[in-house]
Design a protein around this ligand. Structure first.
Ligand SMILES: Nc1ncnc2c1ncn2[C@@H]1O[C@H](COP(=O)(O)OP(=O)(O)OP(=O)(O)O)[C@@H](O)[C@H]1O
Length: 275
């Protein structure tokens, strides 16, 4: 049997005395969408940082198509086909929107220094190709704003699209999205849901951290739940949303009946369930 695209096994991460992740195991198949959910501080972003090489886990392994990538540098992980976005946007604010995305294409389009210095036809062709691809991914991400002005001038929701376009320009097999719908209004969230689905249709697998349960339950094939660094559930959305331990994690132990009902509705997602 083929190894899954991503497999995380027995991951642990300690910061001094704080155990941010305490034994996380999950796998992501090709073109699959897996969400990682959990209350604030549960360890979700830390898990992303371990997968993408920003943190070296204290124990456990991260494998990409069976190859051990634990502890590789972020650039090495990216070169193997893993792209990510950040909870707090990390665009080059003064750079044009187009150049931000062109920067994403440079992993794929190789240039050498001599070509660049001499502006050879080969260099001009590769620059042209990079620009065309950047436009393509900005179109794909549904950017409406000005592409030639500085990225920081775009509204927040548009900047999120640029960040995703830049990640896609790397042509990843696996994309990690850290709270892509945070701060978006209702219409923008619906468009984000559509974009995530279209990314998957391109054959890209997605790991999603997201607090909007409606979005998570709609788009995911599987949901992994973390609580205080510990994995408490891994299964299809329908199963996870009924799991009593998951409902409790979102609530605490001392909740009354009404609060439990409310949390159940929230984890259930759907029309009224957006967190
Ligand atoms: N660089 C760090 N140094 C020390 N502790 C950290 C560091 N990064 C995260 N932590 C701690 O690790 C735990 C998990 O944090 P993490 O940011 O991964 O949670 P999260 O589930 O992504 O939360 P949120 O939903 O609020 O983004 C928290 O207790 C946090 O305070």
């Amino acid at each position: 049997m083929n190894a899954p695209l991503l497999s995380v096994e027995g991951l642990r991460l300690a910061f001094g005395g704080v155990l941010a992740i305490d034994g996380l195991t999950f796998a992501v198949g090709e073109a699959e969408i897996v969400s990682v959910i959990g209350p604030n501080g549960a360890g979700k972003t830390s898990a992303f940082n371990c997968v993408t090489g920003f943190y070296r886990p204290t124990a456990g392994s991260v494998r990409l198509r069976g190859r051990d990538i634990t502890g590789l540098r972020p650039s090495a992980v990216a070169a193997l086909g893993v792209a990510r976005t950040f909870q707090n946007l990390r665009l080059f604010g003064e750079m044009s929107v187009l150049d931000n995305v062109r920067a994403g294409t440079h992993l794929r389009i190789r240039q050498n220094v001599l070509d660049a210095l001499l502006h050879t036809p080969r260099y001009r062709r590769s620059e042209q190709e990079s620009t065309e691809q950047a436009h393509h991914w900005l179109d794909f991400a549904g950017l409406r704003g000005d592409r030639y002005g500085p990225a920081r001038a775009l509204p927040y929701g548009e900047q999120r699209r640029v960040e995703i376009a830049r990640a896609l320009a790397r042509r990843p097999d696996l994309l990690l999205l850290d709270e892509p719908a945070a701060g978006l209004n209702h219409t923008e969230k619906a468009e984000m849901l559509d974009l995530i689905r279209r990314i998957r249709e391109q054959g890209v697998a997605i790991v999603l951290i997201e607090h909007d349960m409606g979005l998570v339950m709609d788009v995911s094939q599987r949901v992994v739940v973390l609580n205080f660094g510990r994995e408490i559930a891994d299964g299809p959305p329908d199963e996870v949303r009924r799991d009593p331990e998951v409902v409790e994690a979102y609530l605490g132990r001392d909740a009354d009946e009404a609060e439990i009902e409310q949390a159940r509705a929230s984890v259930a997602g759907g029309r009224d369930g957006g967190a």
